[in-house]
Design a protein around this ligand. Structure first.
Ligand code: SF4
Ligand code: ZN
Length: 420
């Protein structure tokens, strides 16, 4: 019998009430910042003999040794062992660290992988909060929430800058790359099942994401591998298996199995959903899409805006204006919420011609997706440097200027059939 630990041995409170707590610079004792110095957070599957349960080690200075207001390195490796543990579960457990660390009173966490940021408040420090307590929280929560797969758990927290550099570059980044590569080699055709995700029904009651290898959840945080792991960790949880044995139209990405699943998980609100079309029965959106794609009628193309972009798009709408037409778990043909990584997918709007419909993106997003998008365009259409043909806010924020630019570049969308 496994017993849940309800009391965490730390000198400050631990509760979801502290999750939204923000720690301002003037209230901060120290911070850790993965965007400026070497940081990492990692779950690492080990043999049982390599893990000493509940051992917490700090390698490097404690908070007491750090200067008030300073920016420091931190890297924590949570070693886990269990006969049902699989490396595929590692990112699912890691993603919970954000929530665990944020629940500590006077401690704030954002980001993930090697880009996390943590602040410890002066009040928490005065109460006796130390680095080792982060280990205590991670240990307790991982054992509590992942008891189905984690039998033993040990936490090593590095604050020594040289050790953080070593862990980040020699241990964590190669693991992150291996995970990404594994997903990159999977295609929708190469797997037997897709997964539903209904985590967002708390806010959008009829919303269902159908997650496939080439179409991640619209929040950008749930890949097919993540959904698979979530299902195996919690078979009655938010991610359920969707078979794909009865295709209706492979080009649209419509299946009887998918329709049945979507109908069931939306409590009847949705009857038909396609995986690859923005016009015919598009997937619904909740509210946490990383990007929104909407049709731009003058160029026969689509405009994509990401959440971080506050400016105007050639649709005459900002991201939030586009969001107000897209969210809420309803189908709005012509508009679709999606994850950033979906932009370079061969399945992006495949039914309407695919990525060659993309005519405009904010510059920052364009740069973020450029390498992958260019590779896909080369593979699908033989086009070199496709992103150079795509407009951005420095080129045009109105349709006339945009079409002028696209014409000059010979953008392929102009020659396609109108979308409506
Ligand atoms: Fe799940 Fe993300 Fe879709 Fe929400 S947006 S239902 S978390 S995949
Ligand atoms: Zn959502």
């Amino acid at each position: 019998i496994k017993i849940k630990i309800t009391n965490i041995d730390i000198p400050v409170a631990f509760a979801s009430a502290f999750e939204g707590e923000i720690i301002r610079r003037k209230d901060m004792q120290v911070e850790f910042d993965g965007s400026r110095v070497d940081c990492a957070e990692l779950v690492h599957t080990c043999e049982p003999s390599e893990v000493e349960d509940h051992k917490i080690t700090v390698v490097g200075p404690e908070v007491d040794d750090m200067e008030l207001g300073s920016k420091n390195s931190i890297a924590y490796v949570v070693k886990v062992a269990g006969k049902n543990m699989q490396p595929d579960f590692e990112p699912v457990i890691e993603r919970k660290f954000h929530n665990y660390i944020n629940c500590i009173e006077g401690v704030y966490h954002t980001g993930q992988r090697d880009m996390q940021r943590i602040r410890i408040s002066k009040d928490a420090f005065a109460a006796g909060f130390k680095i080792k307590h982060i280990g205590e929280v991670l240990y307790t929560q991982v054992k509590n929430e992942f008891d189905a797969v984690v039998d033993k758990c040990e936490v090593i927290i590095y604050t020594d800058p040289a050790e953080c550099t070593r862990i980040r570059h020699e241990v964590a980044i190669p693991i992150f790359e291996k995970r990404d590569d594994r997903l990159n080699t999977l295609t929708d055709e190469s797997v037997d099942v897709y997964y539903s995700c209904i985590l967002c029904q708390a806010f959008s009651p009829s919303h269902v994401c159908v997650v496939t290898p080439e179409r991640l959840g619209l929040c950008g945080a749930v890949s097919w591998l993540d959904a698979k792991a979530t299902n195996e960790l919690d078979p009655n949880g938010p991610c359920q298996v969707i078979t794909k044995e009865r295709p209706i139209d492979e080009n649209l990405g419509s299946y009887e199995d998918v329709d049945e699943a979507v109908k069931k998980f939306s409590q009847g609100a949705l009857e038909h959903v396609t995986l690859y079309s923005i016009m015919q029965d598009p997937m619904t959106s909740c509210g946490c899409f990383e990007c929104i794609c909407g049709i731009e009628p003058f160029s026969n193309g689509v405009v994509i805006a990401n959440r971080e972009y506050a400016g105007m798009t050639p649709l005459g709408m900002t991201f939030s204006e586009m969001a107000s037409m897209t969210g809420g778990g309803v189908q709005t043909p012509g508009f679709m919420g999606h994850g950033k990584h979906f932009i370079s997918s061969k399945k992006f709007m495949k039914a309407e011609g695919g990525i060659e419909r993309i005519v405009w993106m904010p510059k920052e997003l364009k740069e973020f997706v450029a390498e992958r998008l260019n590779n896909t365009a080369k593979e699908l259409y033989g086009i070199d440097n496709f992103t150079d043909m795509i407009g951005d806010e420095t080129i045009a924020t109105d349709p006339e200027t945009l079409v002028g630019f696209l014409t000059e570049k010979g953008h392929p969308a102009l020659a396609l059939d109108p979308m409506m």
